[in-house]
Design a protein. Structure first.
Length: 87
């Protein structure tokens, strides 16, 4: 899947605050752990649980990709996303 960026590198992803909240609760995340966190802090309407799970995974992948492209996150050797060190 191609990672999208949202406008200039400084434009935050709309769900960036939810991702930062997840990193306050744990130092490293991937799309699965972030999707699980987002299920607890947001709500998607619908009756099909499997489709909802896939939607959370896609959103998590999108926000992780955007924040990584912006330099706000880095990926370690094991594939976990971590907050990038402050300059």
């Amino acid at each position: 899947m191609r990672t999208r960026t949202r406008g200039p590198k400084t434009t935050p992803h709309p769900l960036e605050s939810a991702v930062r909240d997840a990193f306050r609760k744990g130092p490293a995340h991937d799309r699965v752990t972030l999707a699980d966190h987002m299920k607890g802090v947001s709500h998607l309407s619908g009756k099909d649980g499997a489709k909802g799970d896939r939607a959370y995974l896609l959103v998590a992948e999108d926000v992780l990709g955007c924040m990584t492209c912006q330099g706000k996150l880095c990926v370690d050797a094991d594939g976990w996303h971590r907050l990038a060190p402050s300059p």
